[in-house]
Design a protein around this ligand. Structure first.
Ligand code: ADP
Ligand code: MG
Length: 601
């Protein structure tokens, strides 16, 4: 296929870096496995259609010269029409085939990009905003397919048409050909800087549009925040700045375009006049026929159109190269776990932290330092500490969202990295602070991420045990009610209870509750606590909670202080020995009933 990398330096061993975007592009096109058959058929059809287009002026010339001699050749006219029709059909066929190749390519590319993104570790998503990731999958893949589907056929037919026309013209008349190339060449020499100007402008418009949509996504995602802080005027101003910027860029493009178009047609007219005047003189001198002159006039378009397509192609090529560099960067990122697990995971083992430390990528300060902890089956460990002390981070390490920077996490004596990742996570139940829901029905959400079918009775029973059945049945379509984006049609407590219902179905070995009951009112919390007590029976439980009523019944309480464990023991022990804990209890649980509880032995 086309040599798309004229600017690329000769390949050498050291160039195996993501900097070579032409190579990335080529690799991505190959990843998309464009069908060689479809590509060859399309190319043949394109060549045939170019041949037809090239033949047309020659046939016209013969016909006109025939008129001159007083002959009207009906067959020649019919032949002309047939050639034009065939050329149009072949052109359409090749365009369709190439479009098909392009769409399949973009589909495969998107699929492999999404597969890859889903296999990336959580840390990778801390680095780039989700909006940018979305634009990789949606826009960047599209510009690669645009290049393949549309621009390659333009390039192919354009080059063929250009070369073919010049050859035919040279055969017809050398001096007139040189005049034609000279005049059209001059016209294009003026156009090229303008084309580059347009190119740069259109890329800036693209970038700014991307930024604008990013800003809008943010505003609408956080619409409650915007409204609660009556920040609408601020956001309106910010959007207006972007909108104005886009408008000014658009106007500049329009100004260049309105200049370009008359300039273009002026240049074309001049070229035609030059050919006409010079040609007419040669006709008068009897050196060429009227038919030849007509053919030359027709060929002007065959030469000018491909030149325009070529400038377009280089612009699209630049865009696709940029896009593939960005996509290739993602495809090169390290995946979460590529090898299968080497150890068999048996339920009911002890989970241990040995001197574990952790720092987030790109941050110097360690979030966890020297953590030694044991989580035993059937026991409950509560993590307590001020916010930001690293509780959620510690839980993320158990989920293997991140790798510890130092120390070891063992399960049944084996490093947890040895277990198959899917199986490992499948045995952990994680109820997060925010209890997110996915788009889908209540039913889908309760069964989310679980293999196998669950009948209505199982779902209802799980919901009942989580204290969720009452409100689900009050919803318009019960279990079939659709939960919209971010579960905005549910209260925080309702989302929590759906998450807890999911846990009853999932039946995990290790249960992690990260402030799972903090969003509940005390009445609901009481119900859910009974449910949780049942859920927690016989499992390895790790809970983070603010409420003393939850924490004080844990077998062991672990106090985290800026990433270090500063105290460990039962509630009573800590209360006696750990001034920080005592103060936390004093501050957070000042409500009379709970203070009484706190003071109770
Ligand atoms: N994804 C992240 N990237 C970088 N820093 C983070 C990230 N998540 C949390 N942190 C930082 O790690 C520290 C501990 O956070 P976290 O574990 O969420 O605390 P807690 O759950 O105890 O409130 C905080 O200082 C927080 O700013
Ligand atoms: Mg937290």
């Amino acid at each position: 296929m086309s040599r798309t990398s004229p600017s690329n330096e000769p390949a050498d061993e050291a160039a195996n870096k993501p900097s070579s975007s032409a190579r990335d592009l080529w690799r991505l096109i190959r990843t998309g496995r464009p069908s060689p058959v479809a590509l060859s058929v399309a190319a043949i059809a394109a060549i045939a259609s170019v041949a037809g287009t090239l033949w047309f002026p020659v046939q016209t010339k013969q016909m006109i010269d025939g008129f001159g001699r007083g002959q009207v050749d009906v067959w020649a006219i019919l032949g002309l029409v047939a050639i034009l029709a065939a050329a149009a059909l072949l052109n359409a066929a090749s365009a369709y085939l190439l479009a098909r190749v392009g769409y399949r390519l973009v589909a495969r590319l998107r699929q492999s990009l999404i597969d890859k993104l889903l296999r990336l570790p959580v840390a990778s998503f801390d680095r780039e905003s989700s909006g940018e990731r979305v634009s990789r999958v949606v826009r960047d893949c599209e510009s690669i397919s645009e290049l393949i589907a549309r621009q390659t056929v333009n390039l192919l037919t354009g080059v063929l048409l250009l070369v073919g026309s010049i050859v035919v013209l040279l055969l017809l008349d050398v001096r007139l050909t040189l005049a034609l190339i000279g005049s059209i060449g001059a016209a294009f020499a003026i156009m090229i800087p303008i084309a580059f100007l347009l190119d740069g402008l259109s890329r800036r418009i693209q970038d700014r549009t991307a930024r604008f949509s990013g800003i809008l996504t943010h505003i609408f995602q956080e619409i409650r925040l915007v409204k609660a802080f009556t920040a609408e005027p601020r956001e309106r101003e910010r959007s207006r700045g972007e909108i104005d910027g886009l408008m000014r860029l658009g106007l500049r493009v329009a100004r260049v375009n309105v200049l370009l178009e008359p300039l273009m047609s002026l240049a074309m007219t001049l070229a035609i006049i030059i050919i006409l005047v010079y040609g007419a003189a040669r006709v008068a001198a009897g050196e060429i026929t009227v038919g030849t002159l007509t053919a030359f006039i027709l060929y002007i378009f065959n030469v000018a159109t491909p030149l325009m397509q070529l400038t377009h192609f280089t612009a699209e090529l630049q865009k696709a190269k940029g896009a593939s560099a960005r996509i290739a960067a993602i495809l090169l990122e390290e995946e979460e776990q590529t090898r299968p697990g080497t150890a068999e995971r048996l339920p009911g083992q002890t989970l241990e932290f040995h001197d574990v430390s952790f720092a987030y990528d790109g941050r110097d300060a360690a979030v966890l330092r020297g953590i030694d902890l044991r989580f035993e089956p059937g026991r409950t460990v509560a993590l307590v500490g001020t916010s930001g002390s690293g509780k959620t981070t510690l839980l993320s390490l158990i989920e293997r969202f991140y790798q510890p920077s130092g120390g070891r996490i063992l399960y049944g004596g084996r490093p947890i990295g040895e277990f198959d990742l899917r199986q490992w996570r499948g045995s952990i139940g994680y109820v997060a602070q925010s209890a997110p829901v996915m788009p889908g029905s209540v039913r889908d959400n309760i069964a989310y991420g679980l293999d196998g079918e669950f009948d209505d009775e199982q779902l209802r029973s799980a919901a009942r045990r989580a204290g969720a059945l009452d409100f689900i049945e009050k919803m318009p379509q019960g279990f079939d009610t659709l939960l919209i984006e971010q579960g905005n049609n549910l209260s925080g407590g309702q989302r929590q209870r759906i998450a807890i219902a999911r846990m009853f179905l999932r039946d995990p070995d290790i249960l992690i509750l990260d402030e799972a009951t903090s969003a509940l009112d005390s009445e609901t919390e009481h119900q859910v606590k009974l449910a949780l007590d049942e859920l927690m029976r016989g499992r390895t439980n790790i809970i983070v909670a603010h409420r003393l009523s939850t924490v004080m019944h844990a077998d062991r309480i672990c106090f985290l202080d800026a990433g270090r464990i500063s105290g460990m023991g039962s509630h009573v022990e800590l209360l006696a020995t750990h001034p920080h804990y005592a103060r936390l209890v004093e501050r957070q649980f000042r409500r009379p009933s709970e203070t009484e509880l706190a003071l109770a032995p």
